[in-house]
Design a protein around this ligand. Structure first.
Ligand code: HEM
Length: 447
């Protein structure tokens, strides 16, 4: 079967080019080969990128039982565990997903907003005027704490710090321990595999302790954190989640939800600080406090222009017609989040940061895809957007931040995410002026 056209370069060349300049290289391929193109990548095999929203809609609606995503994520299993919703497929995936979704619904997430603001205020109080910050690092600390409180329901300082140290040590370990079984071989306590095994056991012990402690809580049913809700959840057969399942899902939510949101926030700050008109309007809207329409639009536009994940991934288990092409089983299909979101026909002046575009029209489901779609759509989408909005609500009116680099950070690949190369370095220039309506009006017209 013929595959759609694409670059003929060997996989190694495509992979190196993509890892160094993912935005530019993807857009170059899109411009040259059109909305459906084939790429060979090291470690990923042959994949077909789809930049056509209609073809993506077809893929993400209706029967998706011939699409696998867990298989491609299975390299994460040594850390996330065999029950993780990310590594499962088929019936087991749907079972875990159904149990996990209710605690992340919009109405539940609204209850986490206050916690997010508190955590942000505490983090921000450590930023002295004159300090230089790497925003992605500061946001990582912040989003970790939000997961500890909102998802794990752990608030006591000492226990948060224990989770930060033990889980952080595993998450920050080299990805080689996930990828290569040989690297995990425990050849004595000082071997790299021995050290990794010890870190993983310490993280597991901390998580199992939290699960056990929570099971014994007398007010479990009255609590609103995700772990407590999951402890009360039951599937259609009336089965609750086992401790091993809970451990794997807690690790998964941390792994999937902390760095991604931190990177999304770092990009949002970078875009705001480099677009003074948008920053001034956001301050004005926040000062007026009528509604959150502009704030939410800023978050949506940041995730459009700088998506954290460039494409979703599905492996075909049977032949399927995709965008008019007969694709054989085994081929990977990549709904191309980034390329769809940069289409000029959907987003005129797509390179420009213009939150206004989301105020009147909202976002079309299949042209705004930062959280993927279908039966694998991100479970934490509402939480991530609430988190980004609340952090901006607290920081933007309070502080003057100044980018330290003359130009925006290039976007590079970090693991499977897109990230600003230098983490968005800024100086804290002091407390922001109180923004009276007239002050902001003149800033907007000056910009
Ligand atoms: C800005 C932040 C985030 C971004 C950009 C993001 C993006 C994504 C994307 C693109 C996927 C794959 C969807 C697909 O294949 O169609 C995904 C899956 C997932 N995300 Fe997120 N995510 C974010 C935050 C979070 C948070 C805060 C959590 C939870 C606390 C979370 C939990 C998950 C889980 C569990 C999955 C797997 C769903 C499944 O396979 O059924 N994510 N995310």
């Amino acid at each position: 079967m013929a595959l759609p056209p694409g670059p003929r370069a060997p996989a190694v060349i495509n992979t190196v080019r993509f890892a160094r300049r993912p935005l530019e290289v993807l857009r170059e391929w899109h411009a040259r080969y059109g909305d459906v193109f084939t790429i060979k990548m090291l470690g990923f095999g042959t994949g077909v990128y789809l930049a056509d929203p209609e073809a993506i809609r077809e893929l993400f609606t209706g029967d998706q039982s011939d699409l696998r995503a867990g298989e491609a994520n299975s390299f994460m299993e040594p850390v996330l565990g065999p029950h993780s919703v990310l590594v499962l497929d088929g019936k087991e995936h749907l079972r875990q997903r159904k149990l996990l979704l209710p605690p992340f619904q919009g109405s539940r997430v609204a209850g986490f907003r206050e916690v997010i603001r508190e955590v942000t205020e505490r983090e921000m109080s450590t930023w002295e005027p004159g300090a230089h910050l790497v925003l992605r690092e500061r946001m990582r600390a912040l989003t970790f704490e939000v997961i500890c409180r909102a998802v794990f329901g752990v608030t006591e300082r000492e226990r948060v710090e224990r989770l930060r140290t033990t889980l952080g040590a595993v998450i920050d370990s080299s990805p080689i321990f996930m990828m290569a079984r040989a690297a995990r071989a425990e050849l004595g306590p000082l071997s790299p595999g021995g050290r990794f095994g010890r870190r993983l056991r310490a993280a597991n012990a901390a998580l199992y302790e939290e699960i056990e402690r929570r099971r014994l809580e007398p007010d479990l049913a009255g609590r609103s954190d995700v772990l407590s809700l999951l402890l009360c959840a039951q599937d259609e057969q009336g089965r609750g989640m086992t401790d091993a399942e809970l451990r794997d899902e807690l690790f998964t939510m941390l792994g999937a939800g902390h760095e991604t949101t931190a990177t999304g926030l770092a990009f949002a700050f970078e875009l705001l600080l480099r677009n003074p008109t948008v920053l001034a309007r956001l301050r004005k809207e926040l000062a007026a406090a009528d509604d959150d329409a502009y704030l939410d639009a800023v978050v949506k536009e940041a995730l459009r222009l700088r998506p954290v994940i460039d494409a979703a991934e599905r492996t075909l288990t049977a032949p399927r017609t995709v965008a008019g092409w007969e694709l054989p089983a085994g081929v990977k299909v990549y709904p191309a989040i980034l390329l769809v979101q940069m289409r000029e026909d959907l987003y005129p002046h797509a390179e420009a940061f213009r939150p206004e575009r989301f105020i009147d029209d909202g976002a079309e489901s299949y042209s705004w895809l930062p959280f993927g779609g279908g039966i694998r759509r991100c479970i934490g989408a509402a939480l991530a957007q609430a988190e980004m909005a609340e952090v901006l609500r607290v920081v933007v009116p309070a502080l003057e931040l100044r980018p330290l680099r003359p130009r925006p950070d290039p976007v590079v690949l970090r693991g499977i995410t897109l990230a600003p190369r230098y983490g968005v370095r800024v100086a804290v220039d002091g407390r922001a002026q109180a923004h009276s309506a007239e002050h902001v009006e003149s800033a907007v017209s000056a910009a």
